[in-house]
Write a protein that binds this ligand. Structure first.
Ligand code: HEC
Ligand code: HEC
Ligand code: HEC
Ligand code: HEC
Length: 165
């Protein structure tokens, strides 16, 4: 097989170098992760790696019982790091803090991740030409059962004629 010359590969190399600059994860300001009070840091209980084998857990029953996200045989440690439980991890092993969980979601939902970054999917607040705060995917989607369910609605506004009745 004949390899292309290194000159022919230059445009590709340039594109690869430029890509992360377009919207690097570090530029994204997001809302805090919606943890249940008292559950984080996870390392209060998980101070070392646990048994990696899928099994019936003696804790987190609501999560395991209600788990519904893709393949039925998917296991917790595909997303949660075993040795460093206060982190998530990507398929390549890179640890990701919970504040950047969109990187995890983006591995499999690349189209939604791209839309989210440019503000087409999800929600962001702030200046149109300045700093923006994004809602994390998990502010809207439960990572363990992500199919969209209506958010808790705000109470409806009271029409003026009903006020003070
Ligand atoms: C698809 C990736 C994924 C899988 C698989 C997954 N999790 Fe999670 N989990 C997350 C993410 C992301 C969060 C952070 C959500 C948040 O900020 O509240 C989370 C949060 C949690 C929390 C904190 C929940 C809370 O109440 O705040 C616990 C506990 C947890 N996971 C346990 C598990 C267990 C046990 C399993 C396996 C039965 C599992 N997870 C499978 C992605 C995953
Ligand atoms: C109050 C203690 C406690 C806290 C806090 C806690 N866990 Fe757990 N976790 C447990 C117990 C107990 C088990 C079950 C172990 C078993 O059944 O073998 C477990 C099991 C798990 C498992 C299954 C894999 C394994 O190692 O057994 C995952 C994943 C997990 N926890 C994630 C989390 C995450 C993520 C957090 C923080 C967001 C968290 N846990 C916080 C006590 C805790
Ligand atoms: C390892 C791959 C993988 C990762 C990581 C992952 N997902 Fe999924 N997700 C899937 C698969 C597979 C399905 C089920 C197939 C489908 O419905 O499209 C799914 C389904 C969904 C759905 C429901 C789609 C529908 O049609 O209603 C949502 C929403 C979702 N995921 C959001 C997330 C969020 C948020 C995260 C990050 C916390 C995440 N996913 C991480 C693979 C993944
Ligand atoms: C502000 C709330 C919000 C945020 C943030 C958000 N989503 Fe969604 N998402 C929704 C709603 C509402 C729907 C269902 C309506 C729709 O399809 O637009 C949805 C639908 C989806 C679906 C299923 C769509 C389909 O075509 O069936 C996936 C997958 C998904 N979101 C992934 C993500 C990922 C990944 C992120 C983060 C990068 C994210 N979402 C951020 C609200 C949100």
């Amino acid at each position: 097989m004949k390899f292309p010359s290194w000159r022919a590969l230059l445009p590709l190399a340039a594109a690869l170098l430029a890509a992360p600059l377009a919207a690097s994860a570090e530029d994204i300001q997001a809302q805090p992760p919606p943890f249940t009070e008292g559950i984080f840091p996870c390392s209060q209980c998980h101070d070392k790696a646990g048994d990696p084998a899928p099994r019936q857990l003696a804790f987190h029953d609501e999560i395991q019982g209600g788990f519904k996200h893709g393949a039925p045989d998917r296991w917790c440690l595909e997303c949660h790091d075993n040795g460093k439980r206060d982190f998530l991890h990507l398929i390549n092993g890179k640890k990701v803090p919970f504040t950047e969980s969109y990187q995890l979601c983006g591995q499999c939902h690349g189209d939604k991740y791209r839309d989210w970054k440019v503000g087409v999917h999800g929600k962001r607040i702030g200046m149109w030409n300045g700093k923006k705060t994004y809602f994390l995917c998990v502010n809207c989607h439960n990572p363990h059962n992500p199919r969209f369910k209506a958010l808790k609605p705000e109470p409806p506004p009271i029409p003026p004629q009903e006020q003070g009745r």
